[in-house]
Design a protein around this ligand. Structure first.
Ligand code: PL3
Ligand code: FE2
Ligand code: FE2
Length: 251
């Protein structure tokens, strides 16, 4: 008798679980059709942006290590992760039968890439860290978080793994800037004024293609602002300074 009751309970539990699973599945029926020409066309650019972004992130961490030689080991680790991300996203494109438009992607990053190279040449470490470890990583985190909600199952799994690493990268920049805030604040503010508008422009540029992938522009902006403001707070800036920095995106 006792055992029978238990079995019935278990069955109820199981069927509840199933109902929950089914409703989650039907919720995700809102996903876009990954096989259409328009999806693949938009994906050829977005996928390329991500592949190029991961490659440049790799190169940037290697470059940053030349400015902080005693951090070589840690930065090499970060760079290695970026190559893994690149491989993962390359597989996502292959899985959908899409060829990435790398020429488009190189152009997409060119202005920011140029600013990073100038900062590197001048030895402006704060600017390099702001561009790569704060702005680009926050941009990646926002994009990947939104993408995970509407990605095909293969890409979803890969992106979930990647976004965890990107938080580590953001954290790396955050901790360095926090420790050095007294000496780097002015450069940080100035570099932000120049480069945050570029990120905003890039977001605008990608918005139409992203919407074909069912990624919402407002949601992207929201996610970016959360990651960006959170980091600035952790670095030790006050509300007014954060507001002033964020304002650079709208002027
Ligand atoms: C940092 O590790 C990598 C930087 C990559 C930059 C990402 C930009 C993302 C633009 C919008 C992409 C949507 C996600 C789609 C993924 C296939
Ligand atoms: Fe990455
Ligand atoms: Fe990263």
């Amino acid at each position: 008798m006792h055992n029978e009751l238990k079995t019935t309970d278990m069955q109820t539990l199981e069927s509840n679980k199933k109902t929950t699973k089914e409703s989650i599945n039907s919720m995700s029926l809102n996903l876009p059709d990954f096989t259409t020409d328009s999806y693949k066309d938009a994906y050829s650019r977005i996928n390329a942006i991500v592949i190029e972004g991961e490659q440049e992130a790799h190169d940037n961490y290697i470059s940053i290590a030349t400015l902080i030689p005693n951090e070589l080991e840690e930065l090499t680790k970060l760079a290695r992760m970026e190559m893994k991300h690149k491989k993962g996203f390359t597989a996502c494109g292959r899985n959908l039968g899409v060829e990435a438009d790398m020429v488009f992607a190189k152009k997409f990053f060119s202005k920011l890439h140029g600013n990073f190279q100038i900062a590197l040449e001048k030895g402006n470490l704060t600017t390099c860290l702001l561009i790569q470890a704060i702005l680009i990583e926050a941009f990646a985190i926002s994009a990947y978080n939104v993408y995970i909600r509407v990605a095909d199952p293969f890409a979803k799994k890969i992106t979930e793994g990647v976004v965890k690493d990107e938080y580590l990268h953001l954290n790396y920049g955050q901790e360095w800037l926090k420790e050095n805030l007294s000496t780097c604040k002015e450069e940080l503010m100035e570099a932000n004024k120049v480069n945050l508008p570029l990120i905003k422009k890039m977001l605008d540029e990608v918005a139409d293609d992203a919407s074909v992938l069912a990624m919402d522009r407002e949601e992207l902006m929201e996610e970016f602002m959360i990651a960006y403001q959170d980091t600035l707070m952790e670095i030790g800036l006050d509300n007014r300074e954060i507001a002033r920095m964020a304002m650079a995106a709208i002027v």
